[in-house]
Ligand binder design. Sequence first.
Ligand code: SAM
Length: 284
Amino acid sequence: MKNSTIKPIKSLGQNFLNDMNIVRHIVESADLTQEDMVIEVGPGMGAMTGELATYAGLVLAVEIDERLQPVLSVLETIHGNIKVVYDDILKVNIRNLIEEQFAANPQLQRVKIISNLPYYITTPIIMAFLEGDVPYLHSMTFMVQKEVGQRMTATPGGKEYGALSVSVGFFAEGKMLFTVPPHCFNPQPNVDSCVVRLLIRENPPYELENKEYFFKIIKASFCQRRKMLVNSLTNAGYLGITREDVREALASINRNELVRGEVLSPEEFATIANFLLHKSSLRV
Ligand code: SAM
């Protein structure tokens, strides 16, 4: 089957990279060695897959669209270290796939996830990897919509700073690497894109008494970002706290009750989450 006979499916986020300079730039920034197992989400027509296989010990690519099999199987034959699995990345058992490959290839030391992501499920994929306790995970290098990349790497005070910035920052150190214009893809997306690198933290950046409660606080804090924090948190019934509890929590970090969530640092959120956990009527 010729590449030209494969019509991109918009609903699968199929915007294929057609600029080899960008491909090389992404692969270089991942700093690959023979000790690395790369997981590529959505290899598509393999624009990056061969280049990844040149530097990594092994490339495990997970592609949902089986129409791409004739194209990708050629790459598997050329490079002995590419393995393609046809499945949905959100359903596949990634832990098993990694453990199998590490058992069979003793030179492997680290997992690096590298992908030009399908934009319709960018955040679920990233959060599934971050929260999923992926074994040997070292870093993730992703092409994403520029706006999402800005939100992932934002710092307090700006309009991009929100729940995604705090959540990603808890698990990884994020860095915006470079932007990519629409004409580097076929078909062209309607938005600018960017490449971000997330370096997985070895230790949490701050102490949390209860991770789940912290993420509930984050969710409530940014749910209505124009509201004062004292209102957002008191109105979130699932936190089990009163207005007075929130006032006390804010006082403990020297913030007054007019403050909005968008100016608090992740460390300040951690302090108030630990404080409010002890006040919560829902605490077991
Ligand atoms: N890596 C290729 C490139 O750079 O040209 C293709 C990137 S394209 C933006 C996204 C790819 O992800 C497509 O090949 C699409 O079929 C695949 N995809 C979409 N949803 C997926 C899912 N849930 N699981 C695995 N792959 C998926």
